[in-house]
Each structure stands twice: as C-alpha cells, then as structure tokens.
Design a protein around this ligand. Structure first.
Ligand code: PLP
Length: 441
C-alpha cells in the first residue's frame, strides 16, 4: 500500500500510536483537499474525524492557504515577550467577541495541552493574587482527556495516560466521577436525562477538603477523546452552581468543542453555562499551524494587574505564543466558521449524523451509540481477552473502504468536517455499518 517502508519508518517514534503494528502495516497520507485525504497509494478517504477533531473546513482550504502564504512572506515570526503584532491582538478580540464575552482576555499558547496547563496556573495564581493562597487543589474528572502536560495528565482521568507517570503528577488533585452509565443512558440521542446528580460529588469534595483549599474544577463540557460522553441534562448547570456557592473557578476545556463542533461557537453557548476560564485549540485555525489559548474572565485577569505597571504580571508564556502564521490561519478560519456560516452548517448537519448513527442500533457488535452536535461514537463488543483489537479491525475495514475515523479502546468516533454534505455523512455511516457486519462475520 505504501512506498515508505522498513528502515524509513524507524526513526519517528509516533505519538499515541501502536508503533510496531503501524510500521508493519503503515497508513500514510499524501495530501488533503476538502473533506478527503489521499493516501500514498492514490486512494481517497473521507476524513470522518476532521483530522483529529480539528479541521472543520476540511483540508487546504483556499482562503486559509492564501492567508498563511501571505503572512509567511510578510512577517514570519514576531517575539511576543515585550513585543507584539497587530493581528494577534485583533484575533484575541475577535475570539472574545465570538464567545459573547467581549471583556475577556485571551492568552495564546500552541496546543490544547498547553492551554490546560496555562488555565490551571492562572486559576491557582488568581486565588493567590486575591489573598486566598490556600486555594490550590484542582478537581478533574474520570475519563477526562486534558492533553499530556503534567497538569493535564494529573486532572485527566484516562488510566493509560496516567499510570506510568504517577510520580510526576501534581499534588492536590481529585476527580469527579464520569457521567456515562450505559444501563441508564445507553443509546441516548443527545443529552441523557439521567445523571445531573453526579455533579453533587463536587459538594462531597468541598466538604472533604473545605472550599478554602479548592482553586478550580476542570471539565470537558462534552468528553470527546474518551468517546463522546455527553453530559446529562442539568449536570453542567449544577456544577456551575456549586462552584459559585464556594468561590471555585469553573474551567471548560473546549479544545474539541470550541469553534463550532456542537453547532454553536462554544459548548458554553450550547449548554448556557458560563465558565470562568475556557481552553481552546484545534479548530480555532483549522489546525493549519499549532495554536491554542485560554479565554479568561476579565475579573480574573484584572486580579493580576496589581503592582508597578512596568512589572510582568504573569510569569508564563511560550516562544510561539501568538505566532503570526497561526494567527493568520485563525483569522481566515474564523472568516469561514463565523462569517461564512459554517458553524450554522454544523448545527444543520447534526441531526443528519444523529439519525444515521442511531440507525446502526442492532448492527452486529454495536453496544452503545452516543451523539451531540457534529460528533458521535459507537462502542463495540471486545474480542475476548484482547481489549482494543475489535475497534482496530473495524477501523481498518473502514479505511480500506474509504473512511477514516477514530478508534480508542472499544470506541469508534465520527466527527465530520463542517463542509461535509448530508450524503457524505450518511455514506460514511453506511461504510461503518458494512465494516461492522464484515468484522462480525
Ligand atoms: N483537551 C482536550 C479536551 C482535548 O481533546 C485535547 C486533545 O485532543 C487536548 C486537551 C490536548 O490537545 P493537544 O493535543 O493539542 O495538546
């Protein structure tokens, strides 16, 4: 299938990849255009996961390509420590406005992991700046994915991402229970009705530690990487109320949900819950150049603005924060997502995906189906004694049949680009159905 083989594949130790299996059966992409990738053997595959949840405009979008090309020829890099370039400021303003929080500030980073670690640092430093230095504990959630920084794996809740690194975890972290219970919410369309009470676990942790020791709670409003775990109705609202009652900051990790995945600019809009800090990355610039950030409530930002004006207020940042190419790609992406109506299009496509995916109920191997916005997942029956193998088998059949989706554990997820058509989405789900039937046979 591929021209790159053996020795040529040896040197790159690939991230989150079964390296030996992959290098034995490499899957190599040569190019991307629109909603399709072309593999090195010339086959076209539908990009059913928008890259890694990050390319809602599809690939090589002409408006984004032109913006990045112009930018690299004009200003290829600009230091952002004590200097700046105009487009980064206008992008921050644009993102705050898109979020309906025009007074918020935006701290730019280069990835979701950095956004999470940055938000955690802001939360802890904020309480200290206000004279509540004992508020250091951070509460995450089981099954959460918050990237791979030391902060992110500490508040994250995916066992495999944590178990090798327990000595590196930051201290003072607790986890809320995850919200998925197949017996009570299996095959839910959109938000399950059961489970809002699971937010009350936060009250238990407050009683245990005392609120005066707790800085923040961080959750993905919809848990994406662990397999599209949709929050029960009322759950996030209840978390917000408990945080308010105890002066705890609420952080939404919107690295997957930000910029339209649920058919609204942010999941915060979809659920009508306003977090104090919101992390983003991925779709902000269609993933064309690494970019992430943290949206910070004005009151939090303002607490840092003490002391002499010539002093640095927050000792944190990255060489590439606000990188001109990433910023140019983001402006062009937002032109399409917002101005071009693609977020509305994601909302319009969501019912198409929901109905196609739930049509898989009863297909061999399928044990659950979940969806929200333009994201959906199924769980499959494991191969006895070989966890994870079944999903790989289904994934491989899909790929052979022209569909790229994502597998993790026993879960297969679909999150098509917003430019996809109804027909393409239904056809992708048909491909998945064929793969399930063939794998089960
Ligand atoms: N947070 C969430 C919710 C994510 O889904 C991800 C990546 O999928 C991250 C953080 C980490 O982002 P990155 O891989 O850009 O570091």
């Amino acid at each position: 299938m591929n021209s790159t083989t053996g020795d040529e594949l040896k040197s790159w130790w690939m991230p989150f990849t079964h390296n030996r299996y992959f290098k034995d059966q490499p899957r190599l992409i040569a190019s991307g255009a629109g909603a399709y990738y072309t593999l090195v053997d010339g086959r076209r595959v539908f990009d059913g996961l928008s890259g890694l949840w990050c390319s809602p405009l599809g690939h090589s979008h002409p408006h984004v390509v032109a913006a990045v090309q112009r930018q690299v020829a004009t200003l290829d890099f600009c230091p952002s420590f004590q200097m700046g370039h105009p487009a980064a400021f206008s992008l921050a303003r644009r993102i705050a406005r898109l979020a309906g929080r025009p007074d918020d500030r935006v701290f730019f980073v280069n990835s979701g992991s950095e956004a999470v670690d940055t938000a955690m640092k802001i939360a802890v430093a904020y309480h200290r700046a206000r004279g509540e230095a004992s508020r250091t504990r951070i509460i995450g959630r089981e099954r959460a994915y918050h990237g791979v920084g030391m902060g992110g794996i500490s508040v994250g809740g995916i066992p495999a991402n944590r178990k090798m690194f327990s000595s590196l975890m930051i201290p003072g972290v607790d986890h809320l229970p995850h919200t998925w219970d197949p017996a009570r919410m299996g095959y839910s369309r959109g938000q399950p009705d059961w489970g809002a009470h699971l937010a009350d676990e936060l009250e238990r942790l407050v009683t245990l530690h005392d609120a005066s020791n707790i800085a923040a709670v961080i959750v993905e409003p919809m848990q994406g990487s662990t397999g599209v775990l949709v929050p029960p109705r009322g759950y996030l609202q209840r978390l917000r109320q408990i945080c308010d009652r105890h002066g705890i900051l609420l952080i939404f990790d919107e690295v997957i949900t930000g910029f339209g995945r649920l058919g609204t600019a942010f999941a915060a809009d979809y659920f009508g819950v306003r977090p104090d800090l919101l992390t983003f990355a991925k779709a902000v610039n269609n993933a064309v150049v690494p970019l992430g950030g943290v949206l910070v409530a004005a009151s939090i930002h303002d607490a840092f603005m003490a002391g002499p004006a010539h002093m640095i207020e927050f000792f944190h940042g990255y060489t590439y924060s606000g990188h001109p190419l990433a910023v140019a790609a983001a402006h062009a992406t937002l032109d399409e997502l917002d101005g071009g109506g693609l977020i509305r299009r994601a909302a319009a496509l969501a019912p198409v995906l929901e109905s196609a995916m739930h049509g898989l109920r009863g297909t061999p191997l399928v044990t659950d189906i979940r969806n929200l916005g333009l994201a959906a997942a199924i769980d499959v029956t494991p191969v006895p004694g070989q966890p994870g193998l079944r999903a790989i088998q289904v994934f491989q059949r899909c790929l052979d049949d022209g569909l790229l989706l994502r597998f993790t554990g026993e879960t297969l997820a679909l999150a098509p680009p917003f430019i996809a058509t109804d027909v393409e989405i239904r056809s992708a789900v048909d491909t998945l159905r064929r793969a399930l039937v063939a794998t089960a046979a």
